[in-house]
Design a binder for this molecule. Structure first.
Ligand code: ADP
Length: 193
């Protein structure tokens, strides 16, 4: 009976790998349609949270800041924006050991909304941070050896953020944690432009 679970799991893993590769192919050939609409940040962050909450609960991780009370509207493609948030939040959950904490924090700045996702996880070695937007780059260290992943998530995330005219920044310290900040356009900036 255990085998059935294993097969199911590797099937899921393979499917997500295929989806990632298709996304990369679409991005490379400029075939990802982006449809910008006014999208409430609160709903977006709430949806991303719902998608990772089971995994977070299994690991007894505390996630704070996902209930956004400010009335902030992003000028984004909702599906792709959710993909961005789930990738980053999912990584935070994946790479934070049991009992850790994750904090989501929005801040309005000069170029739009700056959304930070900070975790108390294993961190990323300094020399590896710069390679992270590159497809198939996966950091190997003693903590991630058993981790199954394509290493495509952040490359896709970075491209999707770029398609919105935004940018992504990663700061990290090994054994302390990681902060990923994405800058995304606000609706008011869309009107100003
Ligand atoms: P995947 O998670 O599928 O391996 P990603 O592109 O999402 O691929 O991430 C690439 C690598 O970056 C991960 O394998 C991991 O080593 C590192 N990484 C990403 N996010 C974090 C994080 N929040 N904390 C620690 N390491 C991270």
């Amino acid at each position: 009976r255990e085998y059935v679970g294993d097969i199911l799991n590797s099937g899921k893993h393979l499917l997500s790998l295929i989806e990632d590769i298709l996304d990369i192919a679409r991005i490379e050939s400029d075939k990802i349609p982006i449809e910008i609409v006014s999208t409430p940040l609160a709903g977006m962050v709430g949806d991303a949270y719902v998608l990772v909450q089971n995994h977070a609960r299994e690991k007894s991780l505390e996630i704070i800041g996902t209930r956004i009370t400010e009335d902030i509207n992003l000028a984004v493609d909702p599906t792709r924006c959710l993909q961005i948030l789930v990738n980053i939040l999912g990584n935070a959950v994946k790479f934070t050991p049991d009992g850790g904490a994750i904090e989501v924090q929005p801040k309005i700045g000069e170029y739009g909304l700056y959304l930070s996702i900070r975790d108390t996880g294993i961190g990323i070695p300094e020399d590896a941070i710069n390679k992270l937007g590159t497809p198939f780059e996966q950091v190997q260290n003693q903590f991630t050896k058993d981790h199954k992943g394509s290493g495509l998530g952040l490359a896709i995330t970075q491209s999707l953020v770029g398609m919105h005219g935004g940018h992504m920044q990663i700061t990290s310290k090994e054994g302390v944690g990681t902060t990923v900040t994405v800058c995304l356009p606000l609706v008011q900036d869309l009107h100003d432009a």
